[in-house]
Design a protein around this ligand. Structure first.
Ligand SMILES: Cc1cc2nc3c(=O)[nH]c(=O)nc-3n(C[C@H](O)[C@H](O)[C@H](O)COP(=O)(O)OP(=O)(O)OC[C@H]3O[C@@H](n4cnc5c(N)ncnc54)[C@H](O)[C@@H]3O)c2cc1C
Length: 282
């Protein structure tokens, strides 16, 4: 990669990139590692900050600011959570275990798989909710989203009074996860059969299973994030052509704009669709 530097209108653009740019009357002049290019219009499709080893770069954001565009604050999204509290040890033990769960942050929720990792939590439901999470917020996980656990445990107590709680819960959840939950929520009663466990305790455990509250310390950041939230403010770009309202002939497409989709191909779709829209007029 080349280190290039250019000055334009008092702004210094310094980045390890192939392209630097200055504008000239009626068009753009690019200084690239392959030489100088002049063009009537310039389409910025340089993506976001996600995964620098795959080409993630701040180039498009710097260029946008150089031409007077404001940026909606950037943050890593569609990204696994990390933990520094007691949950870190638990997630290490459970690394590789995956369950279908409903994950909430505030009013937002996703029902998909979660995956315990040696750093914390990942899996589609966690990646999705990470786009809505902010530092200091709790994540609430329902480990049995399609079952009423309170009713299930009450039935099991009637039908199998001599069974252990871990045995009946293992019908619904991976045994490794049940053993980890046992160490958290009923360690002192772990060796008692269901008949000896008070209804109140069973109701509390069911409640914890439906509302497991965790506080991530952060995310894995741009190193593994699939997208970058924020970017060039869409209010300053035509929604039909993607042309800048501030600079004629300058276009922004794809992830460099403040447009972020859920998992499922929506980010690719946006990149392609906005690219086509700009390509028809640029
Ligand atoms: C690991 C991973 C998995 C993903 N999975 C999905 C998925 O399943 N579905 C989905 O919809 N989205 C997915 N995404 C997101 C999707 O890849 C992006 O939203 C989309 O590619 C953005 O397209 P873009 O054209 O705006 O930018 P990009 O595809 O990022 O392309 C930008 C290009 O510009 C180049 N560039 C940057 N700066 C410079 C410079 N200064 N000089 C020269 N070149 C430069 C970069 O190297 C890169 O090649 C994933 C992303 C990652 C990282």
């Amino acid at each position: 990669m080349l280190l290039t530097e250019s000055e334009q209108a008092g702004v210094t653009l310094k980045t390890h990139c192939h392209i630097s740019q200055v504008d000239f009357d009626g068009g753009y002049q690019l200084q690239t590692s392959l030489g100088e290019i002049k063009a009537a219009s310039l389409v910025v499709a340089s993506g976001g900050l996600s995964v620098p080893t795959l080409g993630g770069s701040a180039f498009g954001y710097q260029l946008a600011e150089q031409f007077g565009h404001s940026l909606v604050p950037l943050r890593a999204a569609l990204v696994p959570f990390t933990f520094t509290d007691g949950f870190k040890l638990l997630s290490e033990t459970l690394s590789g275990v995956s369950v279908r769960a409903r994950v909430h942050v505030g009013n937002q929720e996703f029902l998909e798989n979660i995956l315990f990792t040696h750093r914390g939590l990942s899996g589609p439901a966690v990646l999705q909710i990470s786009s809505y999470w902010r530092e200091g917020k709790e994540v609430v996980i329902d480990l049995l989203p399609e079952k009423n656990c309170t009713e299930f445990l009450a039935e099991q107590k009637q039908q199998q009074p001599k069974a252990m709680l871990r045995t009946v819960l293992s019908q619904l959840l991976p045994r490794k996860l049940v053993l980890a939950l046992e160490s958290l929520w009923w360690a002192e009663q772990a060796e008692k059969p269901l008949a000896e466990l008070p209804d109140l305790l069973l109701a509390d455990i069911a409640d914890n299973i439906h509302r497991w509250r965790l506080k991530p310390s952060g995310t894995e950041g741009y190193r593994t994030a699939e997208v970058t939230l924020g970017g060039v403010d869409t209010a300053t770009v035509s929604s039909k052509t993607m042309e800048s309202h501030k600079q004629p002939g300058l276009y922004f497409v794809g992830e460099v704009l403040d447009v972020t989709g859920h998992l499922g191909g929506f980010n690719f779709q946006w990149a392609w669709a906005s690219g086509v829209a700009a390509g028809q007029v640029a």
